[in-house]
Design a protein around this ligand. Structure first.
Ligand code: BDP
Length: 681
């Protein structure tokens, strides 16, 4: 098994009795629909159940009296579900799939398949399910030249040079995989956007993709370059308040919608990391976003405007930038604009407190941007199951409207009535045969879809489903793999950035440790800016005595973090400069606790290897070997992180390693040289 089939494996259920049971319940599918989406649903069920149950499942126009099987009911006024929702109901001997739309029926079909794949009972079903978030998107950081920004699974899935004439079959597989987990939109190009995507030539290519994705309920969106009117339209300016610029965007939007009538809208990274934006012309993010919003509005489109904006400010605190920029603009955006916010205030670190913008925007909707591609999580060699990270953020309480105002409830529009709700994942897909490079990283893509549908789903349940659908159904192996998955992120945090350390990674490429980095093109791209190690202690004071970033949170959140004695340890150095000798709640001093975490984290990779070895006979040999190999690399790199950080911080702490830990068998200089080698061209 090369992993290509993802969670759509549908291999024969080993348990003959269970197979028999399912066969007796769903031997037949009844449908007369000619709608492409329903036809896909029927075909998925026919093929999927056929191979799962080891017997062809017949499709016929209708079920006879008392005949058992699956039937579809499309009812635009069905109560108790939303437009994309569905019901799965046992009515007599029939298993009815009910929805208001064809897309709902497709989601119902995939849910039914998931139940069979995971060995769940179909007895007396009465399931009602609707997505809690409207827009459930992947954001691809794919460039027109075929490379992927921060992509670790090969080249782009989109073969621009072949489009629109040749449609790679993989586009359909991509659509299936996404529809099966409820994803209903895709931004196909990088936020550092080439204007080229808005040329007629490229729009034809994008249209070809949209045509493939449409029957799967997936809309296409584009990242746009804010300077496009200048670059493509040959205008003198891209000033959003210039009448010619406005007219240009209107015409461009009209052109896009002529080709792709259900086009989703534009994603914009403006005035961030060198990208053009309205501020180049003395305008604001509101001016910029609203001009684009007006252009797509007549066609039903939306603008996703990113809050990832931060000016270089050596004295300030990058943590505060997005809030400082966007909070004052709350309520000034058009109603088809949504502000897309990264989960944390800095940048997809292994652990971050939730961004203070969640809960702060009362009149402008905000959406969640998670990063599936493992830019800061060890690329494709570290096994990090991210659902616990997502869960931690989604369940965090913003206290925006009293206790229980979780990030999830902000996102789904139940704290403030947001007209648009959205959750996106920066895709981890590429041309690698198994899509994600690391076979286990498929689970992160899977989790994003499932959590965007239902943000309160537990990462444990998602892991359970994914393992059974993608790897094995043997109970002991499922338990073992799940256990590794659920611990993997904390292990990664321990050997790279324990106790709230952040931004210690290598410059530019963001791989491996470089805590000594003190010079870069911008101060907030160094490591010392964040960890602030000195002879007294370690960590960034973000209390009122320091940068006061904490003041951006609601008072109960501030209170939770502002006292170093009660601040949860995972966030300690996010908010406090703590003396090396300070005793922590674990009973160890800060220095001893740090060393303990770096060492035990790295040791845990060995534990992961041992556990993985236990499932050798229960998973496919190709996948087994693939993961086993990557775990060896992970071990090597975990030791690299450990040695780099412990030796570097020891220069400030000036203390020996606590027992039982032995000094690394290389010097700090030697470890630093590893990074230099990485920089060699
Ligand atoms: C940073 C990445 C950079 C992205 C940027 C973004 O290093 O490649 O372009 O985020 O999200 O984390 O715009």
């Amino acid at each position: 098994d090369d992993g290509y089939r993802l969670w759509l494996k549908f291999d024969l259920i080993e348990d003959a009795a269970l197979r028999q049971k399912y066969l007796s319940q769903v031997p037949t599918i009844a449908s007369t629909s000619t709608h492409p989406t329903v036809q896909i649903a029927v075909e998925e069920l026919r093929q999927g159940l056929g191979t799962l149950l080891g017997k062809p499942v017949a499709v016929k126009p209708a079920l006879g009296a008392n005949e058992k099987g699956i039937s579809f009911k499309l009812n635009p006024t069905e109560s108790g579900i939303s437009e994309e929702g569905f019901k799965l109901q046992t009515v007599g001997g029939t298993l009815q799939l009910i929805a208001q739309t064809e897309r709902g029926l497709l989601y119902a079909a995939y849910e039914l398949l998931r139940r069979v794949q995971t060995g769940t009972s179909l007895e007396k079903l009465s399931v009602t399910s609707s997505p809690r978030i409207q827009l459930r998107l992947l954001n691809h950081w794919d460039n027109h030249v075929g490379t992927i920004e921060r992509g670790y699974a090969g080249m782009s899935l989109w073969k621009w040079y072949e489009l629109p004439e040749r449609l790679d079959p993989r586009y359909t597989e991509y659509a299936r995989a996404n529809a099966a987990i409820g994803i209903n939109g895709t931004v196909v190009n990088n936020v550092n956007a080439s204007a080229r995507f808005l040329t007629d030539e490229y729009l034809q290519k994008v249209k070809a993709l949209a045509d493939v994705f449409r029957p799967y309920g997936i809309k296409v969106y584009l990242s746009v370059n804010f300077a496009s009117p200048r670059i493509l339209g040959k205008l003198k300016t891209a000033d959003p308040l210039d009448p010619d610029v406005r007219a240009w965007w209107k015409q461009k939007a009209a052109d896009v919608y002529t080709l792709i009538p259900d086009f989703g809208g534009f994603l914009v990274k403006a005035n961030s990391e060198g990208e053009p934006g309205p501020m180049d012309y003395g305008r604001t993010h509101v001016d910029g976003a609203n001009v684009l919003a007006e252009a797509v509005k007549p066609h039903g489109g939306i603008i996703m405007w990113r809050s990832f904006v931060y000016e270089p400010d050596p004295k300030g605190d990058r943590f505060k930038a997005a809030y400082d920029e966007f909070k004052p603009l709350d309520g000034k955006f058009h109603d088809n604009v949504i502000i897309q916010v990264k989960n944390g205030p800095i940048d997809f670190m292994p652990r971050e407190p939730f961004s203070p913008l969640f809960g702060a925007m009362t009149q402008t909707p905000v959406s969640m941007e998670f990063q599936l591609t493992q830019e800061y999580l060890g690329w494709a060699t570290h096994w990090v199951y991210q659902a616990p990270l997502f869960e931690e953020v989604l369940s965090a309480d913003t206290h925006a409207k009293g206790p229980g105002s979780t990030v999830a409830k902000v996102l789904d529009g139940s704290v403030y009535k947001y007209p648009i709700t959205s959750m996106v994942g920066v895709a981890n897909t590429g041309s690698d045969r198994n899509w994600t490079g690391h076979p286990m990283a498929q689970a992160n893509w899977y989790a994003l879809g499932r959590m965007a549908w239902e943000p309160t789903l537990a990462s444990e349940q998602i892991a359970d489903e994914w393992v059974k659908m993608s790897l094995t159904r043997k109970p002991q192996a499922v338990a073992t793999i799940k256990n590794i998955m659920l611990k993997s992120r904390e292990i990664y945090v321990d050997y790279t950035s324990p106790l709230g350390l952040h931004h210690l990674m290598g410059e530019g490429h963001h791989f491996g440790p470089e805590p000594w980095l003190n010079k870069a093109r911008r101060p907030d791209w160094t490591a010392v800016y964040y960890h602030r190690a000195d002879s007294l202690g370690l960590g960034f004071d973000r209390t009122a005595r320091g940068s006061n970033a904490l003041s951006q949170y609601a008072p109960p959140v501030q209170q939770q973090f502002e006292n170093p004695a009660t601040c949860p340890l995972p966030y300690l150095l996010w908010f406090h400069h703590v003396p090396w000798t300070q005793k922590l709640s674990t009973g160890r001093t800060l220095w001893n606790e740090l060393v303990h975490r770096f060492y035990s984290g790295a040791e845990q990779v060995k534990w992961m290897q041992n556990e993985w070895n236990k499932v050798k006979k229960d998973v496919d040999s190709e996948i087994f070997a693939n993961v086993a190999g990557r775990l060896l690399t992970q071990e090597k790199e975990a030791l690299w992180w450990r040695d780099a950080c412990v030796l570097y911080f020891q220069e400030y702490a000036r203390q020996p390693l606590p027992a039982p830990y032995q000094k690394p068998n290389r010097t700090l200089e030697e470890v630093k040289n590893l990074v230099d080698i990485y920089h060699l061209r």
